[in-house]
Design a protein around this ligand. Sequence first.
Ligand SMILES: NC(=O)c1ccc[n+]([C@@H]2O[C@H](COP(=O)([O-])OP(=O)(O)OC[C@H]3O[C@@H](n4cnc5c(N)ncnc54)[C@H](OP(=O)(O)O)[C@@H]3O)[C@@H](O)[C@H]2O)c1
Length: 278
Amino acid sequence: MSDRETHTHPLVTVSGAGSIGESVLAGLLGSGYPAARLRATVRTAEHAGHLARSYAVEVTTDNVRAACGADVLVLAVRPDQAEAVLAETVPQLASGAAVVSLVAGLPLDRIAPAAATRVHAFRVATNAVSIDRSGLLAVTPGRDVPEPVRDTVTGVLRRLGRVVAITEPQQDTAASTLGSGAAFLALTATGIDRAATEAGVSPAVARAFAADALESAAAMLRSSDPGSAAAWDGLATPGGITEAGLGRLLAAGAVDAMADAVRAAVTRAAELALPTSP
Ligand SMILES: NC(=O)c1ccc[n+]([C@@H]2O[C@H](COP(=O)([O-])OP(=O)(O)OC[C@H]3O[C@@H](n4cnc5c(N)ncnc54)[C@H](OP(=O)(O)O)[C@@H]3O)[C@@H](O)[C@H]2O)c1
């Protein structure tokens, strides 16, 4: 590794390279991040060996060693492991390091308690399946995080996808929408499957129709005016085929049902979240 790499690439440790943590590792490597500036941990030696061989990155079961001198710790263990792993790793981090937690429901003040002034906490909501640089990472920095630390974390996260800033109370909504929203849309898309197969289309082609419709919908939403009440405004020709179908969906309360599903997920996320420190 050159001196330039050491200087320009913060040392990143991913604690818990499971489903989402492995996506982070793969995403950073795929963006050209030097393997020598990455480390990861998992619980079992077998998994560590498998990841180390697959990615040619240092992967161990030793959180303390892996965190030693790291500039950014990406916390990606399950919620029940989070605070034990923080207790092991935070004292090992470089002074002024960032702890970027992907753990759903773990509040900022439990990621970096007030006593741990040597590290800066960030909460990130994202979706493992979209973490291929096209996905979204909704980030909340802790209070008073210095600009250079924010820049470092943003620089790392931008290698994984588009970064948007949200407040901490919005994290449950982000986690529910990014995590569960795809499942809600996939559920409604099975209606496309059903109608197409009933018309004699093969199940494989019907599923491809549904997936293509969802991709087109994403492109439509991204280019729509966020101020307009309805993303499809102006796209349906009066009296045309799209309008005929939209009319059925609106009459069936599809928009209200989706909003209700998101509210239910957010309520459940809040119930499952750990309380902030007393
Ligand atoms: N999956 C998602 O879509 C998603 C999205 C956003 C946020 N999250 C959050 O990400 C976290 C992980 O979720 P996941 O779905 O990725 O879970 P997961 O696949 O079970 O991954 C957890 C990983 O943590 C490792 N681990 C367990 N205990 C450890 C310890 N003490 N030290 C180091 N590593 C340890 C496990 O190692 P072994 O493999 O060896 O058991 C496993 O690889 C959760 O807190 C979740 O809220 C997940």
